[in-house]
Design a protein around this ligand. Structure first.
Ligand SMILES: Nc1nc2c(ncn2[C@@H]2O[C@H](COP(=O)(O)OP(=O)(O)OP(=O)(O)O)[C@@H](O)[C@H]2O)c(=O)[nH]1
Ligand SMILES: [Mg+2]
Length: 259
């Protein structure tokens, strides 16, 4: 680690974990967007799987301008879930935000997410496409319909206090990630898994409306058919594991929602 990187890590209030797989066409714009939208001291851990990844030359070119960017090689096994695990293992900041390099996530909500965790006492804050004010633009119809039905049903059945259970763009109090290690074995179902487990254990979960846009460059590696069983498993878990009620008066209400 360089001296600049070491000081970025000790000062960072947010560690972003950004998995990449050949995002050479997107990474410059993704980092420029992060720089523009997030003025809070930050570190971005870009996690790649193999040395020939076309994101890496771009990162080397951009390095002088962005000393808050670090690369992490995923040595835990191929695939996005292992990359996210490797990124989480490298975090040190109080707030950890998982975000993608394909410009799908609306980074303008980051300051609100961080405030909700640091000041309002939330443990997890989800970027929510399916609450009032949220939007989802583009993407395959089947995938987005299933994701919306899952998110909205878990909310209305009272299993989770957020409308969007599956979006990976989410802010975590780092301690939550340490307390609930990922058991999922594929894809992005870990996001539903951690949120469902943390909610059942009494953590406070919040959401902010957010717009998701389908990528305009590079290729999606989402595998709906292969990953569906993982989603179903944690959907079932969320439905059947609710926070335990304490006394007759019920569980503590969450802190008031920030705008
Ligand atoms: N390290 C690593 N990153 C990956 C891998 N697969 C995808 N990613 C990255 O993870 C992020 C999300 O991947 P996408 O393929 O766009 O998946 P998605 O955003 O869930 O799905 P879409 O709706 O299709 O965009 C992007 O930044 C990818 O570059 C992988 O196998 N290894
Ligand atoms: Mg994507």
């Amino acid at each position: 680690m360089t001296t600049e990187a070491a000081s970025a890590s000790s000062l960072a209030e947010i560690d972003f974990v950004m998995p990449v797989y050949n995002e050479g066409a997107n990474i410059a714009r993704a980092l420029a967007e992060l720089d523009a939208q997030v003025q809070i001291p930050k570190r971005v851990l870009v996690v790649y799987d193999f040395d020939e990844d076309d994101t890496l030359p771009e990162l080397r070119r951009l390095a002088p301008a962005y000393p808050w960017v670090e690369t992490v090689k995923n040595t835990l096994g191929k695939g996005v879930l292992n990359a996210i695990r490797a990124g989480i293992a490298a975090t040190t900041a109080e707030v950890v935000i998982i975000t993608m390099a394909d410009l799908s996530d609306d980074l303008t909500v980051v300051p609100t997410m961080v405030r909700m965790i640091r000041q309002d006492g939330y443990d997890i804050v989800a970027a929510s496409r399916y609450m009032k004010g949220g939007r989802q633009i583009g993407g395959p119809l089947l995938k987005k319909t299933m994701s919306r039905v899952a998110g909205v049903s878990l909310y209305w059945l009272g299993a989770l206090p957020i409308h969007d259970a599956t979006n990976a763009f989410r802010a975590y109090r780092r301690q939550v990630l340490l307390d609930f290690p990922i058991e999922s074995q594929g894809g992005f179902a870990y996001s539903l898994e951690i949120t469902a487990k943390a909610h059942a254990a009494g953590c406070t979960i919040g959401e902010v409306p957010s717009t998701w846009r389908d990528r305009s460059a590079g290729a999606s590696r989402f595998r709906l058919r292969a990953w569906l069983p993982h989603y179903l498993k944690w959907y079932g878990y969320a439905l059947t594991h609710r926070p335990k009620r304490t006394t007759g008066s019920g569980v503590e209400p969450p802190p008031s929602q920030s705008p």
